[in-house]
Design a protein around this ligand. Structure first.
Ligand SMILES: *[C@@H]1O[C@H](CO)[C@@H](O)[C@H](O)[C@H]1NC(C)=O
Length: 293
């Protein structure tokens, strides 16, 4: 722990010397904001234990002042999701979901975003307790890994690794269109704790967004199927279909056994759009909402 403490004691010094850098935070799909110096393109972060050392600028819970043009309040959070926790750990997760239509509302100054992902964490499924998340993300709008406004008006799929030490590891962005099927796969190596996170469009397997991380002694035990919204003022910030289905869900536990009857638990964190979760008999998950509310 000593190197960690030393780093943390330096933080106030670094912060006071570089006031401008304080503003240079970007929201990531785990609901926190990350400093730009610790948002790393995949080429620099792949399979590198050192990349899990704490960022000198710790992540911040996303907070914002409401946009002056809009009186209503808003949130940036996981909106609705299903989770499944395995006491023996998880070594594999894969899911498929179909790209919906683009949301009708992009928010003030195109600041709203939607992230639809399957994902894995440690932390026993307790919200806010995880130290890392692996996420194949289908996103519409900005994020710390997609800062180019020219790409905020389309769907992009990418493999994210975001950790509680303030580092976000971005992989390549794959352009996706309504009706494309997104496949998100997270798998652990047999001999150690190296994870591959792979995202692609079914039928276009030549173009893969690949991320890799060595999680050391972190044990992955919680699986998610999630719709998250950033800067959500109104329900039409979410796609007009009012539902997203995660199908072909495969979970393998820490003993290497397929979890046949996935024990999905419904989590409705926000209900202003009548959000809900439905679980199918084959382990499918449907997240639902009413975009007209
Ligand atoms: C992860 O990716 C590496 C590099 O492509 C590959 O050699 C390895 O077999 C993959 N691991 C798993 C568990 O698929």
């Amino acid at each position: 722990m000593k190197p960690f403490l030393a780093l943390f004691s330096l933080i106030p010094v670094i912060s006071s010397l570089t006031v401008v850098a304080e503003d240079d935070y970007h929201e990531m799909p785990n609901g926190w904001s990350y400093h730009s110096s610790c948002i790393l393109p995949i080429g620099l972060s792949s399979y590198d234990k050192a990349s899990l050392s704490p960022c000198p600028y710790p992540p911040k819970k996303t907070t914002r002042t409401p946009h002056s043009e809009v009186a209503a309040s808003y949130y940036s959070d996981w909106s609705v999701y299903a989770q499944s926790v395995s006491s023996s750990g998880i070594t594999h997760m894969s899911s498929t979901w179909t790209v919906p239509s683009k949301p009708a509302n992009h928010g003030p100054a195109s600041q709203s975003s939607v992230y639809i992902f399957n994902g894995l964490e440690d932390g026993g499924g307790i919200h806010g307790k995880a130290s890392v998340i692996l996420q194949p993300v289908l996103q519409y709008g900005k994020s710390g890994c997609l800062l180019n406004p020219a790409k905020w008006n389309g769907w992009y799929a990418s493999s994210y690794v975001v950790d509680g030490n303030g580092r976000a590891h971005c992989a390549s962005l794959i352009e996706a269109n309504e009706g494309d099927e997104i496949v998100g796969i997270m798998e652990r190596s047999v001999d150690d704790n190296v994870w591959n996170v792979t995202t692609f469009v079914k039928g276009r397997e030549d173009e893969v967004s690949f991320n890799q991380v060595d999680l050391g002694d972190i044990e992955i035990d919680s699986a998610y199927a999630t719709m998250e919204g950033m800067v959500v003022y109104t329900c039409d910030t979410f796609p007009g279909e009012g539902r997203i289905d995660f199908y072909e869900n495969v979970l393998i536990d820490g003993k290497g056994n397929g979890i046949g009857d996935i024990n999905w638990v419904e989590e409705v964190r926000h209900d202003e759009c009548d959000q809900g979760v439905k679980v199918g008999s084959g382990g499918e998950v449907s997240l639902t909402w009413d975009p007209t509310l």
